[in-house]
Design a protein around this ligand. Structure first.
Ligand code: UGA
Length: 350
């Protein structure tokens, strides 16, 4: 199988390439702005990388859609801070650029596996979010936070309609707070624009307090990226065509914690971490901050977000196993290594 991954150097793309190279004989054609997360595979003859920007490399993309069997358009801005501060960029990249790719998949009759998002459920009141039953609930227009959710939702609907009316072969998968190595970079955390686990890791390394937005009562179910990849790989394998025309949540309802509980777990891991002790970095602590101060006016939070994974379980025997604590440990260890590497660069530059 020939797989085209746009945004191959991102969090999902890079883990997917690791898995494809390790477990299959498939070929990957990948495009991204950089290579630091996929550098291990650059010499592998089954990995064909080209450096480029999806907004510019349009001919390359069209040519490779024609050439490949399945397309994963993974390029998107996925950090809430940016939804609030630069909603137009989110719309242009996440919606407009991907719409063009989807239309080319229709034109060349290629299968598209599209990353929808847990955010489409928004403030849904259901205890567990179900792909085929739950309402999708977003906030008023001045709340910029919802531009990501609604951009993704409209693309989900467009893809579904292309399947319905023109026979497009597709699968929509919905990541529910995937976490692990290579999530956001510590550089984005430095600017305060990264997602929870990276942001808290950065704060811990720098002896800064972890900021609990609106008292840290919001709940999330985090899934380790290794478990998430098991799910995504079964969708890509698509045995018996079971993934065709379907929507799947990929998450781990067992890892249901409030932001405050996650902060406490990270502080406990950090307390005994050899890197902290060796460097004499202070133990972690928490402070409370209002969402308006942290994100700006256009932010509205999701209080609870629990996936129903019944469909993944019954279709593919999906069974996520990694506990929150083990996943956090892995993520912190990775960020420690990244932090050390960053320090080396700074030393060399000086
Ligand atoms: C994320 C992002 O929108 C996307 O990456 C993605 O599509 C989706 O959810 C997903 O991965 O399922 P969210 O979970 O709100 O949204 O993003 P985080 O930045 O990880 O925030 C989680 C919670 O932690 C929020 O309640 C936020 O207010 C809180 N938070 C975040 C803090 O209390 N302190 C921080 O320093 C950062």
């Amino acid at each position: 199988m020939k797989v085209l991954i746009l945004g191959v150097n991102g969090f999902i793309g890079s883990h997917l390439v690791d898995r494809i190279m390790q477990d299959t004989d498939w070929e990957v054609y990948g495009l991204d702005l950089g290579t630091h997360k996929v550098s291990d595979h650059l010499t592998n003859p089954r990995f064909h990388f080209v450096e480029g920007d999806v907004t510019i490399s349009k001919e390359w993309i069209e040519y490779h859609i024609k050439k490949c069997d399945v397309v994963l358009p993974l390029v998107a801005i996925a950090t809430p801070k940016v939804y609030v501060t630069d909603p137009l960029r989110v719309f242009e990249l996440d919606f407009e650029e991907n719409l063009r790719v989807v239309r080319q998949c229709v034109k060349y009759k290629k299968r598209v596996v599209f990353p929808s998002t847990s955010e489409v459920y928004g403030m849904c009141p259901d205890a567990e979010f179900d792909e085929y039953e739950s309402p999708l609930v977003t906030g008023p227009i001045p709340m910029n936070r919802w531009i990501y959710s609604t951009s993704k939702q409209l693309l989900d609907r467009v893809i579904w309609a292309y399947g319905f009316q023109q026979g497009l072969k597709f699968t929509l998968f919905r990541p529910f707070n995937w976490m692990g190595p290579k999530l956001d970079s510590l550089n984005t955390a430095k600017e305060g624009s990264s997602r929870l686990v990276t942001q808290f890791s950065w704060n811990l390394f720098n002896g800064e307090p972890l900021q609990l937005v609106d008292r840290g009562t919001a709940r999330r179910c985090f899934i380790d990226v290794a478990d998430a990849m098991d799910g995504l790989m079964s969708i890509l394998r698509n045995e018996g065509g079971k993934a065709d025309g379907q929507i799947f949540n990929i998450g781990n309802p067992a890892n249901d914690f409030s932001v405050r509980e996650i902060a406490e777990q990270m502080i406990a891991i950090w307390k005994d971490h050899p890197f902290r002790i060796e460097r004499g970095i202070p133990e972690g602590r928490m402070v409370e901050v209002g969402s308006g101060d942290f994100y700006g006016k256009g932010y509205q939070d999701v209080a609870r977000r629990t996936p129903s994974i019944k469909r993944m379980q019954s279709t593919f025997g999906f069974d996520p196993k990694v506990s929150m604590k083990d996943s956090l440990k892995k993520a912190i260890d990775f960020f420690v290594e990244e932090h050390k590497a960053l320090e080396k660069v700074v030393e060399t530059e000086n």
